[in-house]
Design a protein around this ligand. Structure first.
Ligand code: AHG
Ligand code: MN
Ligand code: MN
Length: 283
């Protein structure tokens, strides 16, 4: 796995350079979720594909920016599902963006995820990696090298609330849940990029990020294989929880299509228990 994490470090340096130097405009194509692709989405996808072509451990690649599966090495062990540039529409307003990687052994589904990683392109480049039976590890780049900073553990309860989705389309009990958190003193932290938003909650010790199903998008917006499951693993390894709207662990998701989405809630224990209560899914 270290080989894959090292490749992700090389990728991170290259994508960061692309963000800082390349055209921030749209390409003339769209992706499988029907979203217009930025030139940077396409470039980041290309950088990742080229990097993993040299890693024989990698059997298949599944990208947010590609329709199907790209087979790389027949004898490879892992399928890497990735979002090359998450929050890319924030690049032109100079907010932080990220890359997300889910590493699966066997069929890509929640229970087969064996490791995950994400990169934050902010004032500094940061990398978080997660493996089974370990706390997630935070690294920060300095002059092209990643230094280990610390292990990350969530507190039982936090102070931050990052509520995604269009409020106009929230159902009543979701709105009540979010309002109640604010009434308890939670502070709003939402940039519109799930990588920096979830990263902030992890590093500040706790809180909740939600992207619910809404009347306009009943299964939410965030994609299971490249966004939801890799972060679910991070949050569980950090001592938190990650559930869907039915109270099921996101790590149990089995997508029927690579681009399937799911409503999702990531948080420390107190906030997730409150969500279960509000959604009537307390088992
Ligand atoms: P992407 O840029 O890869 O399409 O993903 C953007 C995602 C995610 O980062 C963020 O949490 C969410 O979209 C924001 O959506 P809203 O604008 O609906 O809040
Ligand atoms: Mn994304
Ligand atoms: Mn993306």
């Amino acid at each position: 796995m270290q080989t894959i994490f090292n490749t992700i470090k090389e990728i991170a340096i290259k994508i960061d350079f692309a963000i800082k130097t390349e055209d921030l405009g749209y390409s003339d194509s769209s992706n499988s979720s029907g979203e217009e692709q930025l030139k940077l989405d396409v470039k980041s996808d290309y950088i990742i594909e080229e990097a993993f072509k040299d890693v024989s451990l990698v059997k298949d690649l599944i990208s947010e920016e590609k329709e199907g599966v790209l087979s790389l090495h027949k004898e490879g062990k892992y399928t890497i599902c990735y979002d090359p540039l998450d929050g890319s529409s924030l690049a032109d307003v100079n907010l932080s963006v990220g890359s997300i990687f889910g590493i699966y052994e066997g069929e890509p589904k929640g229970e087969n995820l064996v490791a995950s990683a994400y990169v934050v392109y902010g004032p500094r480049i940061e990398l978080m990696t997660a493996l089974k039976d370990e706390r997630p590890k935070l690294y920060r780049a300095q002059e092209g090298l990643f230094n280990f900073i610390r292990e990350v553990t969530l507190n039982e309860k936090g102070k931050l609330n990052a509520p995604g989705g269009t409020q106009q389309h929230w159902c009543d009990y979701h709105k009540t849940f979010i309002d109640d958190l604010f009434a308890e003193g939670y502070r709003l932290r939402y940039s519109g990029g799930m990588v920096p938003d979830l990263h902030q909650i992890l590093l500040k010790g706790g809180g909740i990020f939600s992207y619910p199903g809404t009347s306009d998008v009943p299964n939410g917006k965030l994609r299971q294989l490249f966004e939801v499951i890799p972060f679910a693993f991070m949050y569980e390894q950090a001592g938190g929880q990650a559930l869907n709207n039915k109270g099921l662990r996101l790590m149990e998701l089995v997508p029927s299509h690579p681009h399937d989405t799911s409503p999702c809630f990531f948080g420390s224990n107190y906030e997730i228990e409150a969500m279960k209560e509000a959604y009537g899914v307390k088992h």
